[in-house]
Design a protein around this ligand. Structure first.
Ligand code: GAL
Length: 727
């Protein structure tokens, strides 16, 4: 008896061991099949949301992640921002807003997964697409192609990130939250343009990624020829018709919840109903992973926003706004959608749908399993009228451009066009408009200054500045001989300067003669105007300003910024004088930058004026003031509507470039949700500044005596600046 008991328990141990070896293998795995991503051996419908860690502060992260979780999000997706992590070759930075490990651990603590898009090209409206600017100066380099120096650098950084993740045990197979990674970003269109070297690079990138042995799948978004075993995914406003590779799951890495704002254009919005409709349509067509780009967009602090005039706010009309508050009705409407989808999960992952036509523009997608689970999606693709359909034993009314979800194939728990959540009005309430401003006028640079150098040509800006600053002075002398006379027919001569972008201030003999700037569609600019010259020596100082570097396009590393010329003077008796090849002096950056006027210690290094001497409407002026932090937890911002363009610092940290002087031109079309959305149609802010308010993270403030410093290029009235709270 005893013996048989022992034999039996030995048998149980053996069974348990066998079970455990299988079970243990399964618990630590992420795989995929034609239906879905399998986590721990289980197919999942996964809802994901993009939150880019450096676009908010570590103090904001826990609440953002919790709000995403409460909104029904399972996965947080983020890019990895190389230029933030490796500011100079081999010198790494993982602190503060760039504390990637902390961010991922917070997501883990909240019980969510991570999709880590290492890139390291990220696009993302982030300066230089995420690449460090020094990379451009590696000898022989060409970005994102079959180029040895580039591939070596890309592999080194990718390996660095993967090793950190492994060391911290952050991959799911190690017990961590990362279930997916990404190499490259939307490389398909580039490869298509550059051909063979692009194809070779794609193959290499995929192999390099796989050889990292992360244990979790890699994806390459928007790239049809993604090599096995990498997953190709869709990025767009609608992805219902996306065809994954054979035997691969249908995944959507970027469902754009709105769009980015650029200076000079109205602010894009996307109705919650349309976002919900696009998701339901994707899921009913067999999709199993949807990521909202962006779920929380945040802020392009400092000089992180990319060229082509991307605004400091990266709100994106995401479900959580720039300030960390829920954006209703979008957040709540999508939360309800996620609940409805999750009620269908078992049926969705088990079978492919049966699609039935119920009339013109009407369809039923039914997921009916052999074990009794059944979920149905009833769709009306018409854009004008509600329709009633017969389905099963029931009748269902479907608003235009909508999908109803029936998790038991009978009861409608959700319709994408019926919003059961109240929308909230966002308010910006002034809390302090009485700053005691001090001003300091920066004089245009002159060729005799220290640190200036000369050349007999016009130089491209980034090659000179390495993007260490937005500003580069181009200075030259124009001598007018009295004997010759210089004004043809008594007219002032016309100075013309061609620039590759992005903004140009022209000073003649210390006076501002004019300012010109490009725009998102056409960054190049030309200054051409009459200028007042005197007989004898004239000082021409051109201040060229970049607004970030391009983040996308074939070989965007070669795109130029600054005054490339020609620069000419027309209307002299002698004819047209070409100034392009005469002696030019260059000075990198502004004097105030060199003096660190933005910092607490540096701000006392010059003599400021105040009261009746306060500079107003004068170009190139620095302002400073101190203020106390308002009580409470409401998010704070500066209303900069009385200012032109420049940058703002709080206690030495840059809250970004301000440019309320750039008024939104374009059309603010209808935001009617029923019909295909385009980001150029549904917009707000026409005739207003593209961006009026600039977020001040509360964690950057002390209870009292906070230093605010503003650099103003165009000329503004600082007494119009106010501190506001967002409620
Ligand atoms: C996508 C890109 C993203 C972002 C987006 C626009 O094509 O992958 O990184 O740039 O466009 O916001």
């Amino acid at each position: 008896m005893m013996e048989s008991l022992m034999r039996r328990s030995k048998f149980h141990v053996l069974v348990f061991m066998l079970f455990c070896s299988w079970f243990c293998y399964v618990t630590a795995s992420v795989t995929y099949d034609h239906k879905a991503i399998l986590v721990d051996g289980k197919r999942r419908i996964l809802i994901s949301g993009s939150i880019h860690y450096p676009r908010s502060t570590p103090q904001m992260w826990p609440e953002l992640i919790q709000k995403a979780k409460d909104g029904g999000v399972d996965v947080i997706q983020t890019y990895v921002f190389w230029n933030g992590h490796e500011p100079s070759p081999g010198h790494y930075y993982f602190e503060d807003r760039f504390d990637l490990v902390k961010f991922i651990k917070l997501v883990h603590q909240a019980g969510l997964y991570v999709h880590l898009r290492i890139g390291p090209f990220v696009c993302a409206e982030w300066n230089f697409g995420g690449f460090p600017v020094w990379l451009k100066f590696v000898p022989g380099i060409a970005f994102r192609t079959d180029n040895e120096p580039f591939k070596a650098a890309m592999q080194k950084f990718t390996t660095k990130i993967v090793n950190i993740m492994k060391f911290e045990k952050l991959f799911q197979t190690q017990g961590g939250p990362i279930i997916l990674s990404q190499i490259e970003n939307e490389y398909g269109p580039v490869e298509w343009e550059i051909g063979a070297p692009g194809k070779a690079y794609t193959k290499w990138a995929a192999q390099m990624a796989v050889s990292q042995n992360t244990g979790v799948p890699w994806i390459m978004c928007k790239q049809e020829d993604t090599p096995d075993p990498l997953i190709d995914t869709c990025n767009a406003y609608y992805c219902e018709n996306f065809t994954p590779k054979k035997n691969y799951p249908k995944m959507w890495t970027e469902n754009w919840t709105g769009w980015y704002t650029d200076y000079g254009s109205p602010v894009p919005r996307r109705p919650a109903e349309d976002v919900a409709f696009s998701v339901a349509r994707f899921i009913q067509n067999g999709g199993s992973f949807v990521n909202y780009y962006m779920y929380h967009g945040g802020t392009n602090f400092g000089r992180t926003s990319s060229g082509l005039f991307i605004a400091t706010s990266y709100e994106y009309d995401g479900p959580i706004d720039e300030y960390g508050l829920v954006n209703e009705p979008k957040w709540g409407h999508l939360r309800d959608l996620h609940k409805a989808i999750k009620q269908c999960e078992t049926a969705l992952v088990s079978v492919d749908p049966t699609v039935t036509n119920l009339g013109k523009d009407l369809e039923a997608h039914v997921f009916k399993t052999s074990f009794g689970a059944c979920a149905a999606f009833l769709a009306n693709y018409g854009t004008t009228s509600s329709r009633t359909v017969k389905f099963g034993n029931g009748q269902y009314n479907l608003p235009p451009w909508s999908i109803s979800i029936l998790p038991d194939c009978k009861t409608v728990v959700y319709n994408t066009a019926r919003v059961g959540v109240k929308s909230w009005e966002k308010k910006m309430t002034p809390v302090n408009s009485a700053f005691d401003w001090l001003s300091y006028n920066e004089q245009p640079a002159s060729s005799s200054e220290r640190d200036s150098f000369t050349a007999y040509e016009l130089r491209e800006q980034v090659n000179v500045t390495w993007d260490s600053t937005d500003y580069l002075w181009y200075m030259t002398d124009v001598n007018i001989d009295s004997n010759e006379g210089f004004i043809k027919n008594g007219q002032s001569p016309v100075l013309t300067a061609w620039s590759a972008g992005h903004v140009l201030h022209v000073f003649v003999n210390g006076q501002l003669s004019g300012t010109v700037y490009g725009g998102i569609a056409f960054p190049k600019l030309t200054f051409s105007d009459n200028v007042k010259l005197r007989v004898s020596n004239n000082k021409i100082s051109l201040l060229s300003v970049s607004v970030g570097l391009s983040n996308v396009g074939v070989h965007f590393e070669t795109w130029n910024v600054g005054v490339l010329g020609p620069v000419t003077l027309k209307g002299l008796n002698e004819g047209t004088r070409d100034l392009s090849r005469q002696k030019w002096s260059y000075k990198v950056g502004l004097k105030g930058e060199a003096l660190n006027l933005h910092s607490t210690s540096g701000s006392s290094s010059v003599k400021w004026t105040r009261g009746s001497l306060l500079a107003k409407k004068q170009p190139l002026t620095w302002y400073k003031a101190t203020f106390n932090t308002p009580a409470g937890n409401d998010p704070l911002a500066l209303d900069m509507s009385s200012m032109g363009k420049g940058e703002v610092w709080i206690n030495g940290q840059s809250i970004g470039r301000h440019w309320p002087g750039n008024i939104a031109h374009g059309s603010c079309g209808s935001c009617n949700y029923a019909g295909y959305y385009t980001d150029t149609k549904c917009r707000t802010n026409c005739g207003e500044p593209s961006q009026r308010w600039y977020h001040i993270p509360r964690s950057w403030l002390n209870p009292s005596g906070n230093l605010v410093v503003v650099l103003e290029e165009f000329g503004g009235d600082p007494t119009g600046i106010s501190l506001v709270k967002r409620t």
